[in-house]
Design a protein around this ligand. Sequence first.
Ligand code: KG4
Ligand code: ZN
Length: 345
Amino acid sequence: MLTLGIDTSCDDTSAAIVKDGCLILSNIVSSQTEIHKEFGGVVPEVAARKHLELIIPVIKKSLKQAKVSINQIDLIAITNGPGLITSLMVGIDTAKSLAYSLNKKIIAINHLKGHIYSNWLTLDNQYLISNIQFPILCLIVSGGHTELVLMKNHLKYQVIGQTRDDAAGEAFDKVAKLLNIGYPGGPIISKLADFGNNKAYNFTRPMLNSKDFDFSFSGLKTEIFRLTKERKKFNQQQINDICASFQKAVVDVLVSKTIQVAKKYQAKTIMLGGGVAANKLLRQTLQQKIKQENLISNIQFPISNFCSDNGAMIAAAAYQYAIARNKNFYSLQYKKIIPEPNLTL
Ligand code: KG4
Ligand code: ZN
């Protein structure tokens, strides 16, 4: 089964062709980072205009690279939320037009479910072999979300914990802006942290000892804001030290809560998803802790390039819904698909 997955939820225009929900035949991502960089964040109006310009060329390229024609596509999968409404609209209208004019089946996919199902994606022909077992605990850490999701089976999601304010990726981006080191903050902070001392600053570990499984990152960001107000200028080593100490504080909280929930619900697989899932320290620390605590859980990470937004993950999630409905879609379902910027799991 060939799925064309499209995602325009934020500032990346992406289209991918995925076979049977896991084998990536192509994945084209046209990033707008260079454009939004100068504003230190995504400007919705600019993002939507760029999506309009890029969406058709990106879809065409994804088909060309996969060496398939649009007529061979069995299903079109499109992100309907959460995300920026004007960005979502471009992808949705394009996908609906394609489905209508070519009489193709279409399905709307929640972007967060896409991040979860990015764990099933592979570039390898041996894709049928998978050791993912339920119950799964997935930590979604992106620019807009921080959620601990328990899955007892495919398509069954139970949110066990989430952020009460800033998302983990958002905290990385805001701290990078405070330090004036560029955008997006996550990859930059993570790089500079390699040269810093993570014990140089003793930042708080927000909600580390709270009784629930929620997160909060805005206080940590405020701590760094105060530091930048007090000292105004930092040399490169001090910036590296702040990055390392901040990253360690975020990772400590994320890992600690994930381990607690995995124990409580006897998760057989722990997964990561979302842009922050590419973070090296997060991956290493989680792996170490699982060993130290003798958990029964296997660990599963998405391929690094597929942590941030992409069309392939939307196709991967769509496949599971297609299977569940026995591929029985209404080809006219496109009428019901509208942008849902605040969609939840
Ligand atoms: O999933 P994503 O591409 O978009 C959303 O759905 O939000 O995530 C983007 C976020 C940004 O906040 C970015 O700074 C963060 O992921 N990010 C990272 C890393 N790479 C991207 N954060 C920490 N470490 C990284 N290596
Ligand atoms: Zn995302």
